[in-house]
Structures are given as structure tokens and as C-alpha cells.
Design a protein. Structure first.
Length: 135
């Protein structure tokens, strides 16, 4: 279905719409029809129906939550200002600190291996007892 726009900033242009109808069987044996108009032609009819019912599920949940999880006191509805001095742990810093500890341990192990190798190079071999020349 193509509709022409007769007023507003898009006057003279057209918009293409399609109607998707969902038929829902009722308990009494009849059917109930749910209609949706959409301008999206890249969605299948099933996706349009799913998105339409997803929106209803969300609205119904909030209607249910409003009645079931209603705050018992009016004080729960008040907002409190955030405390800028409050210390909050940062998970990214925890991971970074662990990597720094690993790097420091690896550097310490490398220094220990280097010192051991240098000590072996600078230490003389054990002395042999002097040998007497043959007479």
C-alpha cells in the first residue's frame, strides 16, 4: 500500500506500508486478529509479529511489576545524590594489577638467572693441586 503525504515538510512524497496480520485462536473456537502496519520491508512477517508481541510482553511486565513490586514506603522513591568520595573497585584495575605482578615476577626470575650465569662466568674453576715437574 502506497500513501501520499499531503502536508508537512515531506508534502508530495509517498510512503510504502504493508500490513501484517496475526491470527490468534481463542478458547471459544474463534480467532482474534492482530494487525500491524510497518514500513520495514526487510523483515519477514514472522519477525514483525515477534517484535510486536515482544513490545507487548515488555509493557505487560512493567504493568505487572508496578502492581507486584510496588514500593511499600514513599522513601524508596526518592533519589539520593552520589557520594563522590566513595571508593568503588574497578575490575579493569584488578586485572591490570595481576598482569603487573606477573611481569614483576618474570623480571625477578630473569634477573636471578642472569646473576647466576654471570657468577658462573666470573668464578674460576676449582684449583688443582700443583704438579711437580719430572726430574
Amino acid at each position: 500500500m502506497t500513501l501520499s503525504i499531503n502536508e508537512g515538510p515531506r508534502k508530495g512524497q509517498t510512503v510504502t506500508l504493508r500490513q501484517v496480520t496475526r491470527r490468534v485462536p481463542e478458547r471459544g473456537g474463534g480467532t482474534r486478529q492482530i494487525h500491524a502496519l510497518t514500513s520495514q520491508d526487510d523483515l519477514t512477517a514472522g519477525e514483525v509479529c515477534w517484535r510486536m508481541s515482544a513490545r507487548w510482553r515488555e509493557e505487560n511486565y512493567f504493568r505487572y511489576a508496578r502492581t507486584r513490586f510496588r514500593p511499600r514506603r514513599a522513601g524508596l522513591l526518592c533519589a539520593a545524590p552520589d557520594n563522590p568520595d566513595r571508593m568503588v573497585p574497578n575490575p579493569a584495575k584488578k586485572a591490570a594489577a595481576a598482569r603487573i605482578r606477573q611481569a614483576e615476577a618474570a623480571a625477578q626470575a630473569a634477573e636471578t638467572a642472569r646473576d647466576a650465569a654471570l657468577l658462573q662466568l666470573r668464578s674460576p674453576a676449582p684449583a688443582r693441586p700443583p704438579t711437580c715437574p719430572a726430574r
